[in-house]
Design a protein around this ligand. Structure first.
Ligand SMILES: Nc1ncnc2c1ncn2[C@@H]1O[C@H](COP(=O)(O)OP(=O)(O)O)[C@@H](O)[C@H]1O
Ligand SMILES: [Mg+2]
Length: 389
């Protein structure tokens, strides 16, 4: 029989250790508790552990130092940190160091289990590049050089761009103060402010991406993100283009950085609208999906388990084979200068891969294209636990 994954809980506070272990026990996990990071390192071989939940502040080695030690080993283990301080400054540092996320004490069983599910999936290889990526060293070196160029480019513009957004937010704030709640212009100013705030988050995200940092992960309701993206997109959709929505996963969550996920959804939907031109239909469907046995999609592989599936179909141009082969390349665009950046799908792919998901593309020249993004659902345990006694 395959042994269940072992979760290590490290906290100097005995009651937290016990409560966490109880929660894990009742959800059917195998766990071991340790009063310090040193105790963990001294008593179990690290390759026996699937996931570590550690307190951020402990008298000896901190949770972050433990993560860093494990991350540098031959057997990196996904780590979730716990903290009693929501404003803990070390959080940003922890996320930059690659921890999966953090739980603020007291945390709910749902939050804990969502992280554990994601951690185990990552440990099982969700972050490995798929076989279809190939391992052509030269192509990868070229890709790496391009990513470095994006990083430099992003760093160069981000500062100026942030200043511009700062001015918009500052003046917008003043305008909001001067406009009465019911004033006709108020709604537009509020919308503009929301968009500017998103812009600021995006600049930060782009910088983090260019430095190769993971986003701040937490359980996120995908449907709310999709609805927000569609609302933002609406003003730029031509009158003869119909956007149909079939959103049927209101309570489904994934562990993700909300800004990052929003960006991925926006990019795919924007491409669909742009592929249509004057008239046609874009269909955006969101649903839960259960994968019974591993399947290979056009871009990535899905292990069995629970997923959230976003399907964006358009009745647009379709994609020619030569374009299809280069779709995810940074700066690859078929749109004229000033229209396309060629970065949209590069980011989409990186974001989906970071979440342990996969992408499927179906396209027919002259008829249209469907992009399907499958992301591991956070609110159900992976299948391996459903059947193990
Ligand atoms: N839904 C779609 N239909 C047709 N072509 C698409 C679609 N989505 C993406 N593409 C093609 O992929 C290219 C790269 O897309 P992307 O990375 O988002 O960059 P950009 O949109 O800035 O060109 C596009 O220029 C376009 O040729
Ligand atoms: Mg695009």
């Amino acid at each position: 029989m395959v042994e269940k994954p072992l979760i290590a809980v490290v906290d100097d506070d005995e009651s937290i250790r016990d409560t966490t272990q109880d929660l894990l026990d009742s959800a059917g996990f195998r766990s071991a508790v340790f009063p310090s990071a040193e105790a963990l390192l001294a008593s179990v071989p690290v390759d026996a552990i699937s996931c570590v939940i550690a307190d951020m502040r402990m008298p000896g080695m901190s949770g972050l130092a433990l993560h860093q030690k494990l991350a540098a080993s031959d057997h990196p283990i996904p780590t979730v940190l716990m903290t009693a301080f929501p404003e803990e400054p070390a959080r940003t540092q922890a996320l930059r160091a690659g921890v999966l996320g953090y739980l603020t004490k007291p945390f709910t069983p749902e939050a804990l289990l969502a992280y554990i599910g994601a951690a185990i999936r990552l440990g099982q290889g969700g972050m490995q590049p798929s076989a279809s990526d190939g391992d052509d060293a030269e192509r990868r070196a070229r890709q790496a050089a391009k990513m470095e160029a994006i990083g430099r480019f992003a760093a160069a513009i981000a500062h100026d761009f942030n200043n511009i957004l700062g001015a918009i937010l500052g003046h917008g704030d003043l305008a909001q103060l001067k406009l009465a709640k019911g004033a006709p212009a108020r709604r537009h100013v509020d919308e503009a402010m929301r968009a500017a705030a998103r812009g600021k988050a995006l600049v930060e995200r782009l910088l983090a991406f260019s430095r190769g940092q993971p986003g701040a992960r937490a359980p996120v309701r995908v449907q709310a993100i999709v609805e927000e993206a569609l609302a933002l997109l609406a003003p730029s959709v031509a009158p003869e283009v119909r956007v149909e929505r079939r959103l049927e996963a209101a309570d489904a969550a994934v562990i993700a950085d909300a800004t990052q996920l929003h960006q991925a959804v926006m990019n795919v939907c924007t491409n669909a609208v742009q592929a249509i031109g004057r008239s046609g239909v874009v269909t955006v469907a969101l649903a839960r999906a259960r994968v019974e046995k591993p399947i290979v999609l056009s871009h990535g592989t899905l292990e069995s388990g629970a997923y959230v599936r976003l399907e964006v179909s358009d009745t647009g141009t379709g994609i020619a084979p030569a374009t299809l082969a280069r779709l995810f390349e940074p700066f690859f665009t078929t749109k004229g200068s000033g229209k396309g950046t060629g970065l949209g799908l590069t980011l989409v792919r990186a974001i989906v891969a970071e979440l342990g998901g996969a992408i499927d593309i179906k396209t027919e020249l002259g008829a249209g294209t469907t992009f399907t993004l499958c992301l591991p659902a956070a609110d159900e345990l992976p299948r391996c636990f459903a059947s193990t006694a």
